[in-house]
Design a protein around this ligand. Structure first.
Ligand code: HAM
Length: 423
């Protein structure tokens, strides 16, 4: 019988790589929690209309990439292509915006876009995102960027860079769009492109066709139309980033792929990832809540692509830290019951322990110990059980020390606290 295969273009993680994936994801989550963001756990499918209205009819995401289907009750359902619209829906539905502001939440999970799969671009992919809702202050813009920056620093990434821009306020865009529309009117483009530009003229900036790219090179640039208020907010964002020593470059032509953005927008770009170099992005979305039927509240957030950040870590030669590895591997020789009991008592003390099962010969069992990546190993034969003493072997150096079973837990805890101090 033919073997089943995963659907085309999904990302999936299994040992050993899943350990590093998990580390990347939890490092980002920890950075968000350290800044007071709390978990939002949301459905992976929502009413299709939420994304059509929230993300925007002119975007590729809504036009071509949504996994939309009718459920058994005849409702149109879409697998979430991104997280912000769902967060806003939940905030409005559960009146979270009636309490203390800003509402600060994070989320982590799978997202779905029917894109053409390639390296770093998947149809099911993973994001960790944060949203800060209800505060219009450049400081929160910078806090959001800093959460990502701090996560990247904790992962050890150095080769990425941060691009920022401002998409201005409503007045900025009103002035700008008049100019952009009149520029586009003069262009020789096909009807479909023109129709798209009518929905949102900014979309022509992320058109990948070379002939359109050339035409858009001389188009007016939004950043030059900022109102004094927007310009002053953008300046403040830059000053604060500089004060926090977060390097950035201004990208005047950045166009985010989703329609809800206003004000500060940003992207983290990693040069080693080829065409899919965006490892995360976000920005302010001041009109979104009202557009989804809530009150007029501003918001800002990011979505970081966990799959691509893992690829970036691998490209930079970064590996998950030692403390994720097993602390101890037990090789029982005819002492399986006692070994399991010892393993459980050590695990209860927070020590990471695995052991070999079945009646493996010593050689095979030692191989398993090696492969396990554990820092230490013990062999537990009948002699060790009766004398209550084992040889604790450090796998990296081969050094052995005699330790009583009664003091094994304390000895390992002591050693792993200082593990690597002398290397
Ligand atoms: P986005 O730029 O569409 O923003 O996605 C954020 C990140 O998700 C991207 O930078 C990329 O790393 C990753 N990503 C997107 N599509 C794929 C894919 N097909 N395969 C692999 N990774 C992908 C948003 O989704 C916004 N909701 C972010 C946000 C939150 N803005 C404000 N708040």
């Amino acid at each position: 019988m033919a073997k089943f295969q995963a659907p085309k273009g999904v990302s999936e993680y299994f040992p050993d790589r899943s350990t590093h994936f998990d580390f990347v994801r939890s490092t980002i989550i920890e950075s968000a929690r350290n800044a007071g963001y709390q978990l939002m756990e949301l459905p992976v499918f929502e009413d299709t209309e939420l994304f059509a209205r929230g993300v925007g009819e002119s975007t590729d995401v809504v036009r071509k990439e949504m996994y939309t289907f009718e459920d058994r009750g005849g409702r149109s359902i879409t697998l979430r292509p991104e997280g912000t619209a769902g967060v806003m829906r939940a905030v409005i539905e559960h009146n979270l915006d009636r309490g203390q502001l800003p509402v600060k939440v994070y989320y982590s999970g799978a997202f779905f876009r029917a894109e053409r799969p390639q390296a770093g671009r998947y149809r099911q992919f993973y994001q960790v995102g944060i949203e800060a809702i209800g505060l219009s202050d450049p400081r929160i813009d910078v806090e959001v960027i800093a959460v990502a920056h701090r996560a990247f620093a904790a992962l050890g990434l150095t080769r990425y860079h941060l691009e920022i821009t401002s998409l201005g306020d409503a007045k900025t865009r009103e002035n700008y769009l008049i100019n952009l529309r009149s520029y586009i009117k003069g262009l020789d483009i096909d009807d479909e492109t023109r129709a798209r530009a009518e929905l949102n003229p900014l979309r022509l900036f992320d058109d990948k066709r070379p002939e359109i790219k050339v035409l858009m090179e001389s188009a007016p640039v939004l950043l030059e139309y900022l109102t004094p208020e927007s310009a002053s907010d953008f300046k403040k964002v830059q000053e604060l980033l500089t004060a926090l020593e977060i390097p950035f470059v201004i990208n005047k032509r950045m166009v985010r792929g989703l329609d809800y953005y206003t004000g500060t927008a940003f992207e983290f770009v990693h040069p080693d990832l080829g065409a899919q170099s965006g490892i995360g992005g976000g920005g302010r979305y001041d009109g979104l809540m009202a557009q989804l039927g809530g009150q007029e509240l501003s918001g800002i957030g990011f979505g970081l692509g966990v799959d691509r950040i893992l690829l970036a870590c691998e490209a930079e030669g970064l590996v998950a830290p030692d403390d994720l590895a097993l602390d101890l591997y037990i090789v029982p020789l005819g002492t399986g019951d006692q070994a399991l009991a010892i393993a459980e008592s050590l695990r209860a003390r927070g020590i990471k322990v695995d052991l070999s099962f079945g009646d493996k010969a010593l050689k095979g069992a030692m191989k398993s110990a090696d492969k396990s990546g554990a820092k230490y190993a013990i062999v537990l034969g009948a002699d060790e059980v009766s004398s209550g003493e084992v040889s604790l072997k450090e796998m990296k150096t081969g050094a052995v020390a005699s330790v009583t079973l009664g003091s094994l837990a304390n000895e390992i805890i002591e050693r792993i606290t200082h593990y690597g101090d002398h290397s």
